[in-house]
Design a protein around this ligand. Structure first.
Ligand SMILES: NC(=O)C1=CN([C@@H]2O[C@H](COP(=O)(O)OP(=O)(O)OC[C@H]3O[C@@H](n4cnc5c(N)ncnc54)[C@H](OP(=O)(O)O)[C@@H]3O)[C@@H](O)[C@H]2O)C=CC1
Ligand SMILES: O=C(O)[C@@H]1CCC=N1
Length: 293
């Protein structure tokens, strides 16, 4: 076990044992992102889940990481871990955290990926004070292009902050926000990839419907989304200004944007993101209620 707690010295990530409690899409996105960036060796990463042994086999075969399937190896893996990532669904979080009660040592750092789940609720469910980093990542972490919101519990040390930022920056961009704003981050970037995929689905369907082959519609759509995102980043111009440059008066883009406006496109996106943020809060409250039962 390494000196992650009080020393104030930031250890090398490669010297730490990372344990994913929950072995689904988000755990895999982190594992792949971390390994692809060479931050650590596969043998330093362990995954565990509730029951799905096939999934654990899949991850060990794919990444060469370790898995803990039976109770004894779960216990020893948890015991050895320096950082435990909470990567179960919100609906399973209360039960999972109650199971961890008494198994986690106070010096172990917890990094939660769970939407809505507050630092206070984690502390209450564990019934002890650990340093907790609450994050809201997204699945683009898989390819190092994630966007992760981060908040820290008051007991997180400077060394732990730096370590977590280094870890999370290796899989994309990070933004430190006040904890209540993590629900907004969830609405904007946690769920965000799905909105872009939804837009892409519609663009591909439209292209196909109007006569393009599936492959051509797909390739043109991918390059358009990629190019537009890069343009905003590379030019540092506002999306609205870049949009105006595409829009010739009386031309095709104007006709399309007017059609989008008639379907309240902007309002739909703003309302959707607001609803996602609200839903994150509701999920947090649901977990808090089950923590008390
Ligand atoms: N998917 C996304 O885009 C994002 C997800 N998140 C958050 O990440 C978290 C994980 O999401 P995601 O990866 O999509 O979920 P998945 O459903 O893909 O995976 C959930 C995992 O949790 C495991 N699990 C459930 N209960 C327990 C338990 N008691 N003990 C140990 N493991 C348990 C499941 O095991 P088993 O299969 O055996 O039941 C499964 O491996 C969620 O809280 C979500 O809010 C955050 C940002 C983006
Ligand atoms: O849909 C969800 O609840 C999770 C949180 C953000 C993305 N997926």
């Amino acid at each position: 076990m390494t000196q992650l707690s009080a020393s104030g010295v930031m250890p090398e990530i490669s010297s730490l044992r990372l344990c994913f409690y929950g072995a689904g899409s988000m755990a895999e996105a982190f594992v792949r992102g971390i390994l692809d960036r060479g931050l650590t060796e596969p043998g330093q990463i362990s995954v565990m889940n509730r029951q799905n042994v096939t999934r654990l086999d899949e991850l060990t075969t794919r990444y060469g990481i370790r898995a803990a399937a039976d109770d004894q190896s779960k216990l020893s893996t948890l015991h050895e871990a320096d950082i435990i990532f909470l990567a179960m669904k919100p609906k399973d979080a209360a039960t999972a955290l109650k199971q961890l009660r008494g198994l986690i040592k106070p010096h172990q750092l917890l990094i939660s990926l769970v939407a809505g789940l507050s630092i206070d609720t984690i502390t209450a469910l564990l019934n002890q004070q650990n340093a907790i980093i609450r994050t809201m990542p997204n699945t683009s972490s898989t390819i190092g292009l994630g966007a992760t919101g981060i908040s820290f519990s008051s007991s997180v040390t400077e060394a732990q902050r730096l370590l977590a930022e280094q870890l999370l920056q290796s899989i994309g961009l990070t933004a430190i926000v006040e904890e209540p704003l993590l629900d907004v981050v969830t609405g904007v970037s946690g769920s965000g990839p799905a909105y872009v995929y939804y837009l892409m689905e519609a663009m591909i369907e439209a292209g196909r419907g109007l006569g393009l082959s599936e492959d051509t519609a797909r390739d043109l759509t991918i390059q358009t989304v990629l190019g537009a995102a890069h343009m905003v980043k590379a030019t540092n111009e506002n999306p609205a200004d870049l949009r105006r440059k595409v829009t010739s008066p009386g031309g095709t883009t104007q006709a399309a944007i007017e059609t989008l406006d008639s379907h309240h496109f902007s309002k739909a996106i703003i309302t959707a993101i607001g609803r996602a943020a609200e839903r994150a809060g509701e999920m947090g409250a649901e977990i808090e209620r089950s923590a008390k039962s």
